[in-house]
Design a protein around this ligand. Structure first.
Ligand code: ZN
Length: 432
């Protein structure tokens, strides 16, 4: 039997607006007591001093690209999970746009087997909605669910044919399976590289209008209303998108939605010098969109914060802005960036972060809670608001460094991560 007392820290929960002082006693991986002060413990109890640290339940990211199989030069299941651990993310949901795509039960099992063997955090996987993610014929949804897939999505692309999407929704409803929706209209997206507007005209780059996202979202949600399916709108980038989600939520449609740190923090004006670390899909929009997305996060329109972690090689990201691939990494910088830009400035509260980045994502996928309370598994991170994070090459565990935070410093540091009662990542040690 192993006992550990994490003492002196402040825990954050969905119920309390602000961090509260609590000691946490863990026995064999389970939390057995959470009290304001725990003083009488056995002599053999290990003690971890958490003074000055915020203790956050393990984060869960519902939108991660792991690149295995097919592009292991960008990321593997092992390195992606290591990157997650580095950022305090203890559970991740892998997208199916690998090569070949995860569109059958065999592929689902293959990915989950590698994860079981090599991943430092919990890895779940999605499966495709359509065969080969090609948008024409339904994938083997039943077989993928039997294999362990917990969401279906053609992420990277929308399902082009609305009839195919309708059938997928009807089918998924039978399993109470959630569908992840990547919303854009291919014909409107066209050859676009960034948001269409003043900035794209100035830079001379082909634009992607917000209407591309909005029209597809509207279509997908009308189909969700028609079929009664549960749908999850991925990486919402625009104020118009927020309005659409609000409207359908008010109508009682079973819709949830996610927002990424980069769509909250950056906008089209950050692309000043054609830096491809600001190229992603959907693109960064305007400063007004930033404000609207943050407001929607605080108002509860968004259920999840998700990173859309999308590793690419430096070689590819060094191509010109139009040729470089879409996507940036996010697992390792998410919490520090949100703390630096919003929480430390009182623009976002800890309870909202815990709800959207730990509690709600797990509820959405029907996974066990890691809330810091008696009886739950001990899965949390220690965040030091007095320290800083510099996203240097050495800091990243991901195989790729395509991040807009590359070589930048943020206030706050994920210092330790505990999974199953065991300290799995400890930056205070590696620094010593
Ligand atoms: Zn997507």
């Amino acid at each position: 039997m192993t006992r550990t007392l994490f003492h002196g820290g402040q825990i954050v929960t969905e119920e309390n607006r602000n961090p509260i002082k609590r000691d946490i006693l863990v026995e064999d991986g389970l939390i057995i007591a959470v009290e304001e002060s725990i003083t009488s413990v056995n002599a053999d109890t290990e003690k971890v001093d958490c003074t000055g640290r915020i203790i956050v339940p393990g984060l869960y990211d519902v939108h991660v690209h792991l690149r295995e199989p097919g592009r292991e030069d960008k990321e593997t299941i092992e390195t992606g999970a290591q990157a997650a651990l580095n950022g305090g993310v203890t559970g991740i949901l892998a997208m199916p746009n690998t090569t070949p795509p995860i569109d059958n039960g065999g592929m689902v099992r293959y990915v989950l087997n590698i994860a079981r063997e090599k991943a430092a955090v919990t890895v779940h996987t999605t499966g495709c909605i359509t065969k080969g993610r090609a948008g024409h014929a339904l994938a083997e949804i039943g077989d993928m669910v039997a294999g362990g897939a917990i969401m279906i999505t053609d992420d990277g692309d929308p399902v082009h044919d609305p009839l195919v999407l309708r059938r997928a929704m009807e089918y998924a409803r039978n399993f109470d399976l959630i569908l992840g929706m990547h919303c854009d209209i291919k014909e409107l997206f066209n050859e676009g590289a960034m948001n269409e507007g003043a900035a794209s005209y100035r830079l001379g780059l082909p634009g992607i209008p917000t209407a591309s996202e909005e029209i597809c979202m509207e279509r997908d949600l009308r189909l969700a209303k028609l079929t009664g399916a549960r749908v999850h709108i991925q990486h919402v980038s625009s104020a118009g998108g927020v309005e659409i989600i609000k409207r359908f939520k008010n109508e009682g449609v079973q819709v949830t939605a996610e927002v990424t740190p980069h769509h909250l923090i950056f906008n089209e004006d950050d692309i000043l010098d054609y830096n491809t670390h600001y190229k992603m899909n959907p693109p960064l929009r305007s400063v007004e969109d930033n404000e609207k997305l943050l407001e929607a996060l605080n108002e509860g329109v968004f259920d999840c914060i998700a990173t859309d972690h999308a590793p690419h090689t430096s070689f590819e990201k060094k191509l010109d802005f139009c040729s470089a691939p879409f996507g940036i990494t996010g697992l390792e910088t998410a919490l520090a960036s949100l703390y630096d830009r919003f929480i430390s400035k009182d623009k976002l509260r800890w309870d909202t972060l815990v709800r959207c980045f730990s509690g709600a994502p797990r509820r959405l996928l029907k996974l066990p809670s890691v809330e810091i309370k008696k009886g739950n598994t001990a899965e949390f991170l220690m965040f030091n608001p007095a320290e800083t994070t510099t996203a240097s090459k050495e800091f990243f565990c991901s195989k790729s460094v395509n991040s807009p935070f590359f070589n930048k410093t943020m206030q706050g540091l994920v210092e330790k991560v505990v999974i199953g009662g065991v300290v799995k990542m400890d930056r205070t040690k590696s620094d010593a």
